[in-house]
Design a protein around this ligand. Sequence first.
Ligand code: OOG
Ligand code: NI
Length: 455
Amino acid sequence: MCSDYVSSDDIRDQFSKAMSAMYQQEVPQYGTLLSLVEVVNDDALSQDPALADALAATGELSRINVERHGAIRVGLPEELSLLRRMFAVMGMVPVGYYDLAAAGVPVHSTAFRPVDDEALKRNPFRVFTSLLRLELIENAALREQAREILQRREIVTPQAVALIERCEQQGGLSTNDADAFVEAALTTFRWHHDATVDVETYHRLHKEHRLIADVVCFHGPHINHLTPRTLDIDEVQRRMPDVGINPKAVIEGPPRRVCPILLRQTSFKALEETITFADNAQGHHTARFGEIEQRGVALTHKGRELYDHLLAESRSLPVAPDNATHQAQLAEVFQAFPDDDATLRREALAFFHYYAVPGKQVALPDNVDAAGVEVLIEQGALVCQPMIYEDFLPVSAAGIFQSNLGEHQRDEYSSHANQAQFEQHLGAAVIDEIALYAQRQQASLEQALAVLRGR
Ligand code: OOG
Ligand code: NI
């Protein structure tokens, strides 16, 4: 690749910062939340030097203050595949498949994100991207009307399309082109106060499902939240009311633990926006909300099965009236999930990065198996750090969707997950997230062993 091109990591970093600045202007509470998260993160690091050391070792300390995920929803297959090409310019590829129809939300989703160690360290910006499943609209006339409305809009500006094509042809963008791309791409995710439909059409779609109205009635896939990463979500949840923010009732995901796993999330209610409809009627729409998350170690298939099993068990208990009770119930059920790094590693429940300890001379066989790894760790020649989970959780995502869609919840759709159709619409296969963690763990182990062998 020509070295005159800006790296895709730089473009992503620039874009995620521009997006954050735009969202701060659009949703002032997001700025308040960022300040709160920063204070809590600084406190967590100063109170826990071991945490600071661990984050420094994996290169996460430098990324934590820029780390965000956003979420968008699109209406048509062509929109999804065009966004795939847009995100590729920024080194973001589709990872994972999430079926939300089972939770009563008529979408299926993926996350566009960087995948390799260096790119993640630089800026792990991810965008949870959902495609509306028009086929789940039962009323055929309404379904066709929704499709027609969507077909009339262009969600990416002609200039952005031209720059995406240039990047695909040349293999990169010059500094000027990259700047122009970031600005043009940002336009796609802006909020629009004017709807593309009259108020009556909006209400008909809204009645079918609020999310359908949100996707179909506007000029584009406005970013609906941007989520900073905190090191102590319980503390942020506790302090949110002090800064005028009311979080949803419970924190989604696993309970608080010594060794955090996967992802814990909480959100707060959408803004009510004033809308001007195509017939000049005025009305309201709620779409955008705030969210925070705390990330823990990525789990193997075995670890994930145990998580899913325990989560299902906790969900069969009576619904807790408040977060404290919910967390206490969860913690009780999750006692069955080992809570120290050594057991998580030895039982192959979680993924780790391996590092060689400089200066250690040890005799190494040609093939180092799992038992051999344990010996090297005991000898102090190898150390490991938890590999952070970079993805999302479907049950949590459904909880986030629902708490922000408001009162009117509907039952699950009877349709099944359809990854093949999603990939066809996307124009590419989604990457299996667990295979990615396994590869990165293996690569870090091989690299560490090479260092120990003096190569
Ligand atoms: C996406 C909700 C899912 C998460 O963090 O799990 C999500 C949406 O509301 O569009 O962002
Ligand atoms: Ni989110």
